[in-house]
Write a protein of this length. Structure first.
Lengths: 370, 337
């Protein structure tokens, strides 16, 4: 066959697919055309709004935008593009909150080290993985020291933390602390010891029966009143406790689902080989159970990451809170779309990343025996 | 339900009060900075600017107290509080004072165990309409559709006002303030009602602010002021007189530019305020130049008002009730002697 014949065949394939799926009857043809027009209209409007007709740092006259009044859409009637200058002007606050800007390198360092700290847990085929895992355990202490300060570094109170820093702090630490806790809770719930079992059941059901907002309020408002004079646990720490408890209860249920899917015979076989409870759990049950539980675990993680924006209600400036403070400023007020689109984008990047990673993990661990 | 709720609240407050804090002034001095409960962001009243510095007339009260105590108006840490947690954060001692557009009411003063030390902004519920309606008084609003937040005191005030003047209205219920704002700009209602300061702030964000008018009638009393815990009158005095010093500064014509010059004044009240005549600072546990520090670093009440919410700012609020008593308002500080 000549080259052109091959091209013809592949062309035909292409046309066949189009014909079968999009233009098979006059109804489908009509729907296809309407859908194309719709996609073109909406797509071009969104692209124009967000990029082509938008102001970034300078408006159409080339002036630096320092005020919403200088946005092109507020000067020229008929202009409608986004005014991203608010994101530029408040970039530091979106990233660090009210963290002193001359100390922001500390936050940057913590951000930069975060991938190194989690890469060892996420991927098992990287070189020097052992050292990455060591670093994972050092990282939380290092990060806390860098962020909060201590000997050699000036102290930056958590009331100055904000923006992405608070969102990531609550999300990552909450998930990180909740994971071991939730495994213990799930095992405890399946335990044969009545006291441990009932404690775990009560804890899980209580936390799951209460909205996160209530837990945040309790942690924020009630806790200080019950504690003795002068003992004021940090505001952010209180929120972290609430978030961790909440996440651990939900994750425990996801893991319990995995545990229940392991056939009884496996445990009995392990016991007949003389393995102890912990050996059975660690070597036989958990690896399989966690594998099954990956999708629901990641689900709860994504849920929690987005739920961290609820801390706004107790006066913590997370990413959303910082965005709203920016909108409350007379310099920038009413640029709702820009701020909320930006915040959505940041949340989307993290949540989509988590979801992709869980897909990758599912594929990798797929052995088809369960 | 209410019984259980009030029982619960009193339980919480008893526990809160049992951890009593004596000597807030000493605590603040030892700490080296003032912890001040602020808004999570309200234009002109309390909001971080692009550089992350807090600004607003509520914020200025905190800065005045810091200037009085430390001689440094920047020795303040702001703790953002929401309307739901503000009182407990104050009760638990996390903050030394609350300055966050909070209405002074009897139950807050008495039942919650707070002490309101004064009023830094007299607010009240008002109405905003489009100029094209040609309405100049709330008495002409018979039959209008009104955007109103459900379940708020503004809703009750509105119903009372229309009933008392035997007028009718059609309510357009909305959930949040920003939703009300959006509904009004979209023309779903003729009238938008909330606290007047909120109306001005909303109007400032419209593409054409001059097309909207805030009607002169104010139908409720909302005196906003700083509050402290009710068990420390020494500290309450410090905060009260820091606010008063700003108001008296305006009465006596002392501003951030002329403090040094005014120290040579012949007026004995000026000399007492600026600490030329010694002894008044010591009565509060402060240095003699405390009020001079406030006026130099923060300015008098008028300067703060004009800088953050006055007619030359986008919010554009006239002094109105908040003018000095001598200028037709009701702002009045007790004498400094």
């Amino acid at each position: 066959m000549s080259t052109s014949a091959i091209q013809n065949i592949s062309h035909n394939k292409y046309y066949n697919w189009l014909f079968r799926n999009l233009f098979s009857s006059w109804v489908n043809t009509l729907l296809t055309i309407i859908a194309l027009i719709f996609i073109y209209q909406v797509g071009s409007f969104c692209l124009n709004w967000a990029i082509f007709a938008a102001d970034f740092r300078y408006n159409f006259q080339g002036e630096l935008i320092t005020d919403r009044g200088l946005c092109s859409k507020n000067i020229m009637p008929g202009e409608y593009g986004a005014c991203w200058a608010i994101i530029y002007a408040r970039w530091d606050q979106f990233m660090y909150g009210l963290y002193p800007i001359e100390e922001a390198w500390r936050v940057n360092l913590v951000y930069a080290l975060l991938p190194l700290a989690i890469i060892g847990i996420l991927f098992d085929k990287i070189p020097f993985r052992k050292y990455f895992i060591y670093f994972t355990f050092v990282y939380p202490f290092l990060a806390y020291f860098m962020l909060y300060g201590g000997p050699g570094l000036s102290v930056v109170g958590t009331n100055k933390w904000g923006g992405l820093l608070v969102t990531l702090f609550l999300g990552v630490t909450g998930i990180g602390l909740a994971f071991p806790l939730s495994i213990l809770l799930a095992l405890g719930r399946r335990s044969k010891m009545p006291i441990i079992k009932s404690l775990c059941v009560v804890f899980i059901e209580f936390i799951r029966g209460v909205p996160l907002i209530t837990l945040l309020f309790t942690a924020n408002v009630m806790l200080p009143l019950f504690l003795p004079d002068g003992v004021n646990p940090d505001n952010l720490l209180r929120a972290l406790v609430a978030v961790t408890l909440f996440q651990s209860a939900y994750m425990a249920e996801a893991i319990r689902g995995g545990l229940q899917a392991i056939p009884r015979g496996q445990v009995e076989a392990a016991q007949s080989l003389g393995l102890s409870y912990w050996q059975t759990t660690r070597k036989i049950v958990l690896p399989q159970a966690l594998k099954i539980a990956i999708p629901p675990i990641v689900n709860t993680c994504i849920g929690l990451f987005k739920d961290t924006s609820l801390v706004l209600i107790i006066g913590l400036f997370d990413l959303l809170g910082i965005g709203r403070a920016a909108l409350a400023d007379m310099t920038w007020t009413k640029l709702y779309y820009e701020v909320y689109v930006f915040i959505s984008l940041v949340f989307f990047i993290f949540c989509f990343g988590m979801s992709r990673y869980s897909l990758y993990l599912e594929k990798k661990l797929k052995t088809d025996n369960i | 339900m209410t019984k259980i709720k009030s029982l619960f609240v009193s339980l919480v407050l008893t526990l809160g009060l049992s951890s009593a804090f004596a000597g807030t002034l000493d605590t603040v001095k030892d700490r080296g900075k003032l912890m001040c409960g602020s808004n999570t962001g309200l234009a002109g009243f309390g909001n971080p600017n692009d550089a992350g510095v807090w600004e607003g007339i509520d914020v200025d009260v905190c800065r005045a107290v810091a200037a009085a105590v430390f001689g440094d108006s920047t020795a303040v840490e702001f703790v953002p509080t929401t309307s739901k947690v503000r009182f407990t954060v104050l009760q638990s001692g996390e903050i030394d004072m609350l300055s966050r557009n909070t209405t002074w009411t009897l139950s807050r003063d008495v039942d919650l165990g707070l002490e309101f030390v004064g009023v830094n902004y007299y607010d009240g519920q008002g109405f905003m309409v489009n100029k094209s309606l040609g309405v100049s008084s709330a008495m002409e609003l018979d039959g209008a559709s009104v955007c109103i937040q459900v379940g708020t005191t503004t809703e009750m005030n509105l119903a009372d006002f229309f009933k008392a003047n035997s007028m009718s209205y059609e309510s357009v219920p909305v959930e949040t303030n920003s939703e009300a704002d959006a509904a009004y700009t979209a023309g779903r209602c003729d009238v938008y009602t909330t606290d007047a300061s909120g109306l001005y702030a909303s109007r400032a964000g419209y593409p054409d602010p001059s097309a909207h008018v805030v009607l002169p009638e104010i139908i409720s009393k909302e005196p906003l002021g700083p509050a402290v815990r009710g068990n420390d009158s020494e500290w309450a005095d410090v905060v009260r007189w820091s606010l008063n010093a700003m108001i008296i500064g305006e009465e006596l014509g002392i501003n951030s530019g002329n403090v040094e010059a005014m120290k040579g004044s012949k007026n004995p009240e000026v000399l007492r305020l600026l600490g030329v005549e010694a002894g008044y600072g010591a009565q509060l546990g402060l240095s003699d130049d405390w009020a001079a520090n406030i006026l130099t670093q923060v300015g008098n009440y008028s300067e703060s008002f004009e800088k953050h919410i006055g007619p030359n700012t986008p919010i554009n609020i006239q002094r109105g009730l908040n003018a000095l008593y001598s200028d037709g308002g009701i702002l009045y500080a007790p004498p400094f002697r």
